[in-house]
Design a protein around this ligand. Structure first.
Ligand SMILES: [Zn+2]
Length: 132
């Protein structure tokens, strides 16, 4: 098992691990934001990708505040870890009022070989699996 382990194996795919897909919702709760934050707008995180609904606009300042937290939020964390219990991140403008709620949705399994860059362990990248 890998260090820190929630390692798992699947037949024919070798060892791997689970990551959460995320949805990041814009939350205002009656506050009027300075930046363009619209209640209910969201961004999804699937694999390593950020998915923006058609027409969505996201403040680059807010995105810059969120990005460092997303990889940690995708992983299982101790139930007492603040990363497990705290879900809202404030816009970095202290006068703004915009907040972003990070919600764990479904879990997705990744094989180690499909996600590593180590030459001796490397397989087909996960994003190319199932492609002709
Ligand atoms: Zn803001």
């Amino acid at each position: 098992m890998a260090q820190g382990g929630t390692s798992d194996a699947r037949e024919g795919e070798g060892p791997g691990f689970w990551l959460w897909d995320l949805r990041v919702d814009t939350v205002l709760d009656g506050r009027t934001p300075v930046c363009r934050h619209v209640e209910g707008e969201h961004v999804r995180v699937e694999g390593e990708a950020l998915l923006f609904p058609a027409g969505a606009r996201v403040s680059m300042y807010a995105l810059a505040a969120l990005l460092p937290l997303l990889p940690a939020k995708r992983r299982d964390t101790d139930p007492h870890d603040w990363m497990s219990t705290d879900a809202e991140v404030a816009c970095p403008d202290p006068h703004c009022g915009g907040r972003f709620r990070i919600v764990r949705e479904g879990r997705r399994w990744f094989s180690h070989a499909a996600t590593t860059g180590l030459p001796d362990a490397r397989g087909t990248p996960y994003w190319q699996e199932g492609q002709p």
